[in-house]
Ligand binder design. Structure first.
Ligand code: SF4
Length: 106
């Protein structure tokens, strides 16, 4: 990977059903300090995470479509911007779209 481009789902991107609960089945262990607590309601956690971290040039359409119905879209986007997440779809925006948004905010 000469370009430094990373593909695939990162190791720290997941919803642990024990800690974060399963919607309608297991309540979350509420941990106010967990910066990823909003993932309890993440729609992508119920789908294929690979769609949110496509290979370079891969389609992001399906992932973005899921994000439009996600209740924690703004929390997700805020988290990605605050943590400078470089890869994947977060809050319905691609890496490039988040970069643009960040530039506009400056
Ligand atoms: S906005 Fe999209 S990426 Fe973020 S939690 Fe929801 S479905 Fe997942």
């Amino acid at each position: 990977m000469a370009s430094g481009y990373r593909s695939g789902v990162p190791d720290d991107w997941y919803v642990d059903p024990v800690r974060l609960g399963i919607p309608g089945i297991r309540p979350a262990i509420v941990d106010e300090d967990n910066p990823l607590a909003w993932q309890t309601d993440a729609l992508c956690a119920q789908t294929d995470p690979e769609a949110f971290f496509p290979e370079k040039g891969g389609s992001t359409r399906d992932a973005k479509k899921i994000c439009t119905s996600c209740e924690v879209r703004s929390e997700c986007l805020e988290y990605a911007l605050a943590n400078d997440e470089r890869f994947g779809i977060w809050g319905g925006l691609s890496e490039r779209e988040r970069r643009k948004l960040r530039r506009r905010a400056v």
